[in-house]
Design a protein around this ligand. Sequence first.
Ligand code: IVH
Length: 696
Amino acid sequence: MTEKQSNATLSLFDDFPENDDKLDHQAAAARMRALEKDLERWNYEYYVLDAPSVPDSEYDKAFRELSELEKQFPDLKSPASPTQRVGGEARSDLAKVRHAVPMLSIHTETDFEAQGAQAFDERVRKGLGLSETDDDVAYDVELKFDGLAMNLRYEKGILVSAATRGDGLVGEDVTANVKTIRTIPLHLPEGVPDILEVRGEVIMHKADFERLNDEQRLDGLKPFVNPRNAAAGCLRQLDPKVTAKRKLSFYAYGLGEVSAAVALTHSGILDKLEKWGFPVAKERRVVKGWKALAEFHDWVKSIRQSLPFEIDGVVYKVNDLAQQNELGFISREPRWACAHKYPPEEAMTSVEDIDVQVGRTGKLTPVARLKPVFVGGVTISNATLHNEDFIAELGLKIGDTVVVRRAGDVIPEVVRVLSDRRTGKERDFVMPDHCPVCGSETFRDEEEKDTRCTGGLFCPAQRRESLVHFASRLALNIDGLGEKVIDQLLEAELIKTPADLYKLTDEKLLSLDRFGKKSAANLLAALEKSKETTLARFIYALGIRHVGESTARDLASHFRSLDKLMQADADALLQVNDVGEVIAQSIIHFFEESHNREVIGELLAEGVHWPTPEAVAVNEKVSGKTFVLTGTLPNMGREEAKALLLALGAKVASSVSKKTDYVVAGAEAGSKLEKAQALGVTIIDEAQMLELLKGQ
Ligand code: IVH
């Protein structure tokens, strides 16, 4: 990029005074040249390369600013200004097709709300000379597909040419590629006009787009930015075989040249097209009056996300062709149609910083602090970045210029980094190794790709959640201690950790709103009662990640003492039913955190207690002994043998050490057997192990 170009780009993104009356002649000239340059470049990227570097909203913003300046300073308007173009320029290496009937664009209502529909209806009524007492105008209302306009020419019922819109007068011949689109009929039934041009939109369905991008990534190629660009790229492929593999779709919405009339209304035309075998979207109706237009706009907005393809608005068309004729055209746009769009879902902004939030379950979530930007109908200043991997995949640095997306009610997301806008001042983001809320160490949960705070019972961010869990029915089952009371207690700073619950007094409770003598006494009684619990409930109540009620029970009957559980290493934990590497690590992290141990100590000091759990049927020869299994056993699989041993309270380790009691060796036992021999560990075979299991 030349220095001049990069200046132009930067000036656009800086807060340049938009439509500023005070902009002097010289400054306006400089600004206009900069805008022209950027718009030209973006046009080229969009139409020729099918790879836009900025979202449409940014293009539109610059386009509007330039049009505005051209109005204010007509003498500065360049004859080759990008505002003079109807559409894109045709790609030089594709054959040109002159359209028999120009492919026009339609007026876009800039008001996203109901007023947009009202303004259009008013213009139409005025154009038709209708008074307030006259009937409502009938409109055909349909979807505004976000793809590429296409003209399909049929002569004597046979598809002879398919052309893009190009600049509206001359388009590109893409017949060979269009023929690969399965839903486009190549032959039409008897009775169609000799010359029939069908116009519509070539699009790529969202699912086909995702599939294509997965393939692009697998092949080490750059994924497409959106379905429309993917469709454009496929359509202009030189090899139709490539186009055929990437699924494109087509929806008809009108006519070009015809040698005979098709119908008297627009809806009649669409019905005919459907009958002749063209795909026509079913989301269309004929309605009367502007309120019905606005209703359709609202309804489509509500189903937009569930449509299989992308749309960027709806289109209203006067239904009666005679009325269309009467209305005619104004500056290359029909007066009888208009597009009513939705606010852009993508916009460009910059990431000013990346903060880390701690959720109620201890998950650390990086959040992008954005320069505020209007997108999806609201101004946003934050976007979630999910986790470390998400940031790495985006290649995002603090200070980057990015494209953010807010589709429907989905939370805003950063979708792309515009890395060619880097200045060199950007910084890498590093996930903190200590919780930004409580200072406890964090750890990465590899399975879930999350980073988590180990603060558990201590971390203020996790407090509410852990207290609610602690009091819940399957945990310490504290009657009358629901979320509302917990919120009240936290707000009044009467509690921080579960141990504080047992320090509550009559007096403290009575200071709270809605707490009378009776409710205070009831809560204190419930707390007293909860002190007598079971080890399983207590372990569950701690809220250790991944330790649900059944795992807590297994841990309790396996270790039979809290102390033993707290001291257990990974090997010891892995002996427990259903405890794998992830759960084991989570338990270890929890007890390693001194804050958690302190809270447990306080709970015990407050009198929380439980009876020692019953031991499971003890087989003295096996229980508590450490086994290592190696080689192929003659009758049972290693997993089966391990399960039998564990069920009887044995430990099964993966490597041989001096602490190993037995090595069970099968065929082709290797280094473990050698080590056992070297250390003098007892070596037995499968039959001997079975004897031990019988307790004999
Ligand atoms: S009618 C003379 N109907 O929107 C009226 N256009 O500027 C011709 N578009 O790129 C257009 N969905 O390809 C019409 N249901 C629809 C449409 C639609 C999408 C596109 C069209 C063109 C732009 C109109």
